[in-house]
Design a protein around this ligand. Sequence first.
Ligand code: GAR
Length: 200
Amino acid sequence: MMRSPKVRTAILISGRGSNMVAIAQAAQATDYPAEIVGVISNRPDAKGLERAKALGLNTDIVDHKLYDNRKAFEQALHAQLLALDPEIICCAGFMRILTPWFVSQWHGRLINIHPSLLPKYKGLNTHQRAIEAGDTHAGVSVHWVTAELDGGEVIDQRSIEILPHDTADTLAERLLPVELALYPDALEAVALQFQKQPRQ
Ligand code: GAR
């Protein structure tokens, strides 16, 4: 049987890019349903850019500091994305809040990984907030991006137990391998859905 074409996927990063690497490595498998068409960072010094280049990926920088306002930055980011022609965009440690305008341009195509068991702890300092609340578990979620920050429907999430001496840093460290397994799996599930839909 003929395999469906791989779903064109762009990745947005701001930092070290470990989720991006995990996705890109998964995508190297012939039977993985998504291919990475480009990695864009809003920070020129993001470590992930070197890691993406080392994997042979196409990289771009859209430096938010070079734009007068969020709208101008997002228009530039949008133009770069249009050039890549992605069907899915993965935010992977992309630390810019996206406006309703940008989200509407990519409605149903934009996903994000967030380090909490959504709907708990939208925003920042998620692990610290889970510890302070006395939660028994912390986790990570991949979700659809909507105009509400970290508010879109959850695609998949995984959790680990919070141990008595955990700090935000130890929790983040123990959660990282869980994240790196979750994101490629969640993207695979989304890309398989895209493959079933007629292409535009
Ligand atoms: C990850 O832990 C991700 O869950 C988090 O940033 C880190 C990026 O690491 N994302 C957010 O906090 C989004 N609000 P990475 O650059 O090594 O993938």
